[in-house]
Design a protein around this ligand. Sequence first.
Ligand code: GDP
Length: 432
Amino acid sequence: QPVVAVVGRPNVGKSTLVNRIIGRRQAVVEDVPGVTRDRVPYDAQWNGRAFTVVDTGGWEPDAKDRAAAIAAQAETAVVTADVVLFVVDAMVGSTDVDEAAVKMLRRSAKPVILVANKADNTSIEMEAVSLWSLGLGEPFPVSALHGRGSGDLLDAILAALPEAPAIVENRPRGPRRVALVGRPNVGKSSLLNRFSGEERAVVDSVAGTTVDPVDSLVEIGGQTWQLVDTAGLRKRVGKASGTEYYASLRTAGAIEAAEVAVVLLDSSEPISEQDQRILSMVTESGRALVIAFNKWDLVDADRRYYLDKEIDRELRRIPWAIRLNLSAMTGRAVDKLAPALNKALASWETRVPTAHLNQWLTALVQATPHPVRGGRAPRILFATQAGVAPPRFVLFTTGPLDAGYQRFVERKLREEFGYEGSPIEISVRPRK
Ligand code: GDP
């Protein structure tokens, strides 16, 4: 989600403007010099486009040099935002305090929108024309308080936002796409046969969807699923063509085409390198993941003991994967498959509201701040969820984070919000 940062001296009406943009009255702290406001992100929307507004806050309480303080504020905004709103008081115009910030903004490659606030009437609106002299382009006269001009401003913000990414959330209606993968002989065909009684011909596709000829629609748990590359499972590619390379390409293709993968393992045998390669294919693709331990009917107490050890060792990287112990032969726990797939897909598409995410994050970094390294401890300023399928997060920080600390944040994020069955991605955008 793109980020719009609001910069300006105290008292120019930044909080009122933020309230106007997010379209609701929120108790935003007054713009008082000497009061530090945290950089609080809010979710906003205009004409169907969602973005995050960050109030870059007031002044450091001990900031003696006001010009330096506003320059630092502008700098943070430039680094973290996609669009910067530079707010001045239309009645006052630009002051020398603004100078350093204006210079900085003019040099930056980021789009800057100059907002002349408190333009409550036409004559003040006319005054705003003089702000062209700042060299920040067209001034937008706005009355944040009364709403005057805010529609034009929002249009300008939308125009300045980066190109909208493909909308993943509005996925076409139709069956969810599942890949059933695993090395030869783990029981893929056998499991497929469990559902084959209910299998429908490919031509009998759900209205409005196209099903690849190598796919089929299969009923699992009373729900229709699109099983990708079922042809590969039937033709026993491994045996027919003989080359492992070809089989692995086919597996990769199936995972890529799917939203969720079921990786089948043979519980009666040690978890092999080939199993690991297939699991890595799934995690690298960012798809949701269910691991099914097939042939569970062959697992006795002895085997169970070693299997638990193998799981601890071999699956340590992916504790979030949903695990099932089933048997394609006896039918044990086969009915657990559909709920597991649904759970994994729900996690995969979870979106956390920005405010909730940041409330949680603020508490987390307060309780456990980043360890001091070489006399410095980078701070996390705020976070946004950049996307879903899988959930992707961006942390805006004052510097690069320790790999260990980043893992800690990810673990805590999972503890708080779940994501069972789905990978999550966290990237860090350090200032400078
Ligand atoms: P694929 O190569 O992954 O499609 O594996 P198959 O479905 O052809 O199964 C390989 C062998 O494992 C066959 O002999 C199956 O009968 C056997 N098999 C599959 N599932 C199970 C199971 O749950 N329990 C047991 N005991 N054998 C199974």
